[in-house]
Design a protein around this ligand. Structure first.
Ligand code: ATP
Length: 589
């Protein structure tokens, strides 16, 4: 319980703190004010019951009519307070949701947590982070407002209703237990507490499994959604392989997990409902029965009895907050736990119990890029091929070669600062670094975003973007720059996507360029043309190129063979002259 409350407190702080938080407090206070006004109306309604039923008992038509008018006013005020409070609550909800989502988003993006916390990369299990950021932040704020406002107004209401009940139930209950005469004064008040305490205990015992099942339900739902997204992303491969049956099996398996958990959840809810539902119905009737002895003894009038019943049921309903909200509270605790785990994981996302993270990364203002004594491992601690020492000056190129799976991509990740597992030193100057992967991603915002990434296209002139696309051989796609969605990508081949990524290099002009099989989908001639173009455009850049073919078009280069040693290529054989390149002209126009 303490752990859950601490989690909720920390998450609430994330949602509330920051500039402009006074606005949240203002909205919250106003919403609370309307809830209190609602409680005041309820107290008035208790008094109204007495006046109305006494008028009926006395057959006083005039007084009864006045009370009906009074009732109309109370209902009108109650509806106004409810609607105004509800509007403010929803306004506040959006404010807090935005805050919390931004904070969690920041944490997810900082420390490169989104990269580290992938299955197989981290020991910390963070499933479906997208759902946690989008859905759990919303649910947490929703529950937070609903439950706290409800709890506070119930506490305030409880004190008001208790005062009414105390004053109304002044008559004692006389009973004889094992020959001992017992007189309990204000017994209706004690009965209310006892009744609710026992019921809360039973509710908790019956409803305990619900939280875990709600947690698991959310996970299964997200897994199913993710499988559907994967189906969309892999549409080409699936359709070519006629993999519909395999996909159906995969989706059915995921849905089966939803179904199984759902059954467990509804069974647990049924068990809880078997108690809570009848309880809910008796809360309004039991008080009348409990007060009957006093009514038959003539201690209270019919109006008094109805007033008493009303006050008693208000007290028990307020005290029963825990019982009625049990399902919601279980969901609240599950959401808080999921978000808390995500946030904790983002604080040290690289932690792995099996691997050392001992790579030193001195950053100098300028100078060469150097690797020394570097030995990388997998996140599970398995040693990869030794990395020869390297010194790369501005304008130099190194070809990282080695058998498939030897650790080329891992080394590139270590150089760019991502791969933490291993020991040794990676020393980089503090300059702009850009890394291109083998399969560049698709940008939902359109072609221009892909060409300028990570810069915003607004920061780059349209003419520059068009020029870059033409240089990399994508003139036929220039018209698609005006399309601001994925349609601009329609039918783009992998080779064309690689060309598009190379346009990024021209527009970002990095000082260190990392190419991880970034031209592997191009034919040898196009690859040579584009590499020549890159070197010509960025004569001072350090280029680290992992590929199965030597990047001869980049000019002279060093060879870093993983599992081998560092060598220099004989420049006369491998350098291609930029000026004499027959192909550059083709792309330049
Ligand atoms: N997250 C991970 N968990 C476990 N092993 C990993 C992980 N990432 C990489 N490896 C392993 O590390 C080794 C090096 O992988 P890497 O991708 O660097 O190879 P590569 O030389 O780039 O291969 P290729 O030429 O096929 O692209 C491989 O055996 C791979 O299975």
């Amino acid at each position: 319980m303490g752990v859950v409350l601490r989690r909720i407190f920390i998450l609430t702080r994330y949602a509330v703190s920051g500039p402009g938080s006074w606005f949240a407090y203002l909205l919250y206070s106003a919403a609370l004010g309307f809830q209190f006004a609602g409680v005041w109306i309820s107290v008035q309604q208790i008094a109204w019951s007495k006046a109305f039923y006494d008028a009926l008992e006395n057959r006083d038509a005039g007084a009864a009519l006045t009370e009906i008018g009074h009732f109309g006013l109370l209902v009108g005020a109650s509806a106004t307070f409810y609607l105004a409070g509800n509007w403010l609550k929803k306004r506040l909800m959006l404010f807090l949701r935005q805050r919390l989502t931004e904070r969690v988003q920041d944490m997810w993006l900082s420390n490169k947590a989104y990269w580290h916390l992938r299955p197989g990369y981290s020991a910390l299990p963070v499933d479906n982070p997208d759902q946690r950021i989008a859905e759990d932040c919303r649910q947490l704020v929703d529950r937070l407002l609903k439950e706290t406002l409800d709890l506070i107004s119930r506490i305030v209401g409880l004190t008001s209703y208790l005062a009414v009940l105390w004053s109304l139930s002044s008559f004692p209950l006389a009973l004889s237990l094992f020959g001992v005469d017992i007189l309990i004064s204000h017994y209706m008040v004690w009965a209310a507490f006892l009744y609710v305490a026992l019921s809360s205990l039973i509710t908790h015992l019956l409803g305990r499994p619900i939280k875990g099942l709600v947690f698991s339900q959310e996970r299964q739902e997200a897994n199913f959604r993710h499988a559907l997204i994967q189906l969309r992303d892999g549409a080409d491969e699936i359709a070519q392989a006629s993999g519909e049956e395999a996909e159906r099996r995969r989706l059915n398996r995921r849905f089966d997990a939803i179904r199984k958990n759902w059954f467990q959840l509804i069974n647990a809810e049924l068990l809880l409902g078997l108690f809570v539902r009848p309880y809910f119905q008796t809360v309004l009737r039991i008080p009348t029965f409990l007060a009957l002895p006093a009514y038959f003894a003539g201690s209270v009038t019919l109006g008094g009895l109805m007033q008493l019943a009303s006050a008693f049921s208000q007290v028990t309903t307020s005290l029963s907050w825990f019982i009625f909200s049990y399902r919601d509270l279980a969901e609240f605790a599950a959401v808080a736990e999921r978000l808390d785990l995500l946030i904790k994981a983002t604080q040290a996302p690289w932690s792995s119990p099996d691997a050392v993270c001992d790579i030193e990364r001195p950053r100098l203002p300028n100078g060469p890029l150097q690797l020394y004594g570097l030995a990388l491992t997998t996140p599970q601690g398995k040693a990869l091929a030794p990395v020869p020492d390297l010194k790369l000056n501005p304008g130099e190129t190194v070809w990282v070669k080695g058998a498939s799976g030897v650790g080329k991509s891992t080394l590139l990740s270590a150089i760019s600062g991502l791969w933490p597992y291993g020991a040794g030193t990676v020393s980089l100057p503090e300059v702009k670094l850009l890394a291109l992967p083998q399969v560049p991603r698709v940008f939902p915002e359109g072609l221009a975003h892909a060409a300028t990434y990570p810069q915003d296209p607004g920061a780059v002139g349209k003419a520059d973007i068009e020029n870059a696309l033409q240089k990399v051989g994508l003139s036929h796609r220039v018209a698609a720059l005006n399309q601001s969605d994925e349609e601009g990508y329609a039918g783009l081949s992998v080779g064309e996507r690689q060309r598009l990524a190379l346009a990024r290099v021209l527009l970002n002009r990095p000082d260190i360029l990392i190419l991880d099989e970034a031209t592997s989908a191009l034919d040898a001639r196009s690859e040579a043309e584009l590499l020549t173009l890159l070197r010509c455009e960025l004569p001072d850049a350090m280029i680290i190129c992992a590929a199965h073919r030597p990047p001869e078009a980049l000019g002279s280069f060093k060879v870093l063979e993983l599992g081998g040693s560092l060598a220099e290529t004989p420049s006369s054989e491998t350098i291609m002259s930029f000026e004499s390149s027959p192909t550059f002209a083709t792309f330049g126009n």
